[in-house]
Design a protein around this ligand. Structure first.
Ligand code: MLT
Ligand code: MN
Ligand code: ZN
Length: 305
């Protein structure tokens, strides 16, 4: 199977339009060594021809332009995207659907029932798309039952609920229910190789840990380095964990967990917030990740398993 990182940034991307934190300002001025990043999305294929899109980022059109495999140009109107899986109902994971409204048939969309509710009520995107191409909704189970996706040969999937948070606009913000956020295991049907993808998670619960241990590649929440990162910068009153993201550093942080995985597991951070010091390639925090064998994903990162 092949996985392509379309967007490795968190909500807002990097640099964020209105942000002058040391990272965003440093990137604009060219005073730090860092790469710009678009917002949170990956795409996966089992046959290098048919692709499943995970999340539809506000930056989707730019992301598609940078990955021509998604536009094979076999007909006047064409796409290689066969289905779209939504990890949650957050703005950074769903807004791109507006940009895909010109499709010639309903989009095959996979989401949990709570995400469908948010995208029908709080942010009535699914209803709105009904006035354009429409959607064909498929329920994403949250009990790790194996499923396949029509049009995506060679891949098997499993999803589970995990602890993070519902979107800021959701009536369930700060009181999420199972299914507001998921982690997904993507398996190559032939080789049995597995990738675990969870861009938003605040706790390594038993089902999360089991999936991480079973995977050859883990692609997990890299939002914040420290729990009080946004507070220390004066950018927000919220801790990383309040937003549903487990910070990398500190006791019980993501680095400690990733350290417990076998050395053969590829450990990669994704959904990196623009305030995170690991974006600066010369930072001590980035060196610390290097020392732990933890990679930082970037737009265009391509993994073949
Ligand atoms: C998050 O991951 O916490 C959200 O995407 C934040 C946001 O909507 O900007
Ligand atoms: Mn996000
Ligand atoms: Zn910033």
């Amino acid at each position: 199977m092949r996985l392509h990182v379309l967007g490795s940034g968190a909500g807002g991307g990097f640099p964020q339009w209105n942000c002058n934190c040391p990272n965003c300002d440093g990137l604009r001025r060219g005073t730090i060594k860092a790469r710009a990043r678009t917002q949170s999305s990956i795409t996966v294929s089992g046959d290098n021809e048919n692709w499943v899109l995970f999340n539809a980022s506000p930056d989707i059109l730019t992301q598609f332009q940078h990955f021509p495999e998604l536009q094979p140009a076999r007909a006047l109107r064409d796409t290689a995207v066969k289905a779209i899986v939504l990890i949650d109902g957050q703005i950074d994971h769903t807004t791109g659907l507006y940009m895909l409204r010109e499709h010639r048939q309903p989009h095959q969309i996979w989401s949990t029932a709570p995400v469908r509710q948010d995208l029908t009520e709080g942010n009535p995107l699914f209803k709105l798309l009904g006035h354009y191409c429409g959607i064909e909704w498929n329920e994403l189970g949250i009990d790790d039952t194996e499923f396949t996706i029509a049009g995506a040969p060679g891949l098997k999937f499993r999803a589970h609920a995990l602890r993070s948070n519902a979107p800021p606009y959701s009536p369930r913000r700060d009181k999420p229910v199972p299914g507001d956020n998921v982690g997904v295991t993507i398996e190559d049907a032939k080789s049995g190789k597995k990738i675990y993808y969870a861009p938003g998670l605040v706790e390594i619960e038993p089902q999360v840990w089991a999936a991480m241990q079973a995977a050859d590649v883990v692609l997990v929440d890299g939002t914040c380095w420290s729990d009080d990162e946004m507070i220390a910068l004066g950018a927000s009153k919220k801790r990383s964990r309040d937003m549903g993201h487990l910070a990398q550093s500190g006791p019980g942080g993501m680095i400690e967990w990733l350290d417990k995985l076998p050395t053969t597991t590829r450990k990669i951070l994704i959904h990196i917030n623009n305030t995170n010091p690991i974006l600066n390639e010369d930072s001590p925090q980035r060196r610390e990740l290097d020392a732990h064998g933890i990679e930082v994903s970037y737009d265009g990162m391509d993994i073949t398993l």
